[in-house]
Structure formats: C-alpha cells, structure tokens
Write a protein that binds this ligand. Structure first.
Ligand code: HEC
Length: 110
C-alpha cells in the first residue's frame, strides 16, 4: 500500500507542478501578444525607422517621446500623429492592443 500512496503523491505533486507551470503569468502573455502585433503591424515602420518613425530599441529616439507621458503616446498611436497612421494602419486593432504594443515598444526602448 505504501508504494501506491507514494505513487499517488508523486502523481498529484507532478500534476500540481505542471498546472503551475502551464498557467501563464499575465505580463508575459500580454507581452508575447504585443510582440506579435508589433511584428505584424508596427515593425514595417518602427523596425527600420521608416518615415522618421522612432526605431524599436532606439533609446535616443524614444526618450523625448516617453517624456511626454504614456497617455500622449497612446493617444497618438490610436489617432495617428504626423506620418504615424492611426493604429499603425490596422483599424482592426482594439484600443487595449494598441496600448499594449506601445508599452511593449517603450519597455524595449528604454
Ligand atoms: C506607416 C508607418 C508606421 C506604422 C505601420 C506604425 N508607425 Fe508608429 N510612427 C510612425 C512615424 C513616422 C512616427 C513618428 C511621427 C513623428 O513624430 O513625426 C511614429 C510614431 C509613433 C509613436 C510615438 C508618437 C509620439 O507621440 O511621439 C508611437 C507610440 C507609435 N508610433 C506607435 C505605433 C504602433 C503601436 C504601431 C503599430 C500598431 C505603429 N506605430 C505603426 C510610423 C508608423
């Protein structure tokens, strides 16, 4: 009987560990999604600095923009700003998705 109990304990313990590992923490999941959207929609300009877009990862280009505050950057990303098209030209993106990508770009360029 002891062996069975031990086996059961291992099984339950193993399942609990697997469940913990499988449960995605909210932040990495959001950032993975944001990265996907960035690559699909924003990288065309922000990857290489097309039309004067602040380049992804370019601290000098993003610094003064980040200094304006996130709300201003969200608004400009949503509504467009000079050569920056509204929602990066993808009207299907939800507000929260656009904001998450802005957060993602800032986090990687700071
Ligand atoms: C067609 C090219 C293009 C695409 C696609 C694009 N951007 Fe931009 N973006 C620009 C340009 C150009 C600027 C710089 C505008 C300026 O300051 O003259 C800019 C600036 C920005 C800024 C800074 C705005 C500010 O207030 O300084 C943010 C934030 C931004 N883009 C987010 C995004 C996001 C998020 C996406 C994808 C959903 C995206 N962009 C896709 C061209 C693009």
């Amino acid at each position: 009987m002891k062996a069975i109990q031990l086996f059961a304990a291992l099984l339950i313990g193993g399942a609990a560990t697997a469940a913990t590992a499988a449960a995605p923490a909210p932040a990495p999941a959001d950032s993975a999604k944001a990265e996907k959207i960035y690559k699909a929609t924003c990288m065309a300009c922000h990857g290489a600095g097309v039309l004067g877009a602040p380049k992804f990862g370019d601290k000098a280009a993003w610094g003064p923009r980040v200094a304006k505050g996130k709300p201003a950057l969200y608004t400009n990303a949503l509504n467009g700003f000079k050569m920056m098209p509204p929602r990066g030209g993808n009207p299907a993106l939800k507000d929260d998705e656009v904001k998450a990508v802005v957060d993602y770009m800032i986090a990687k360029s700071n």
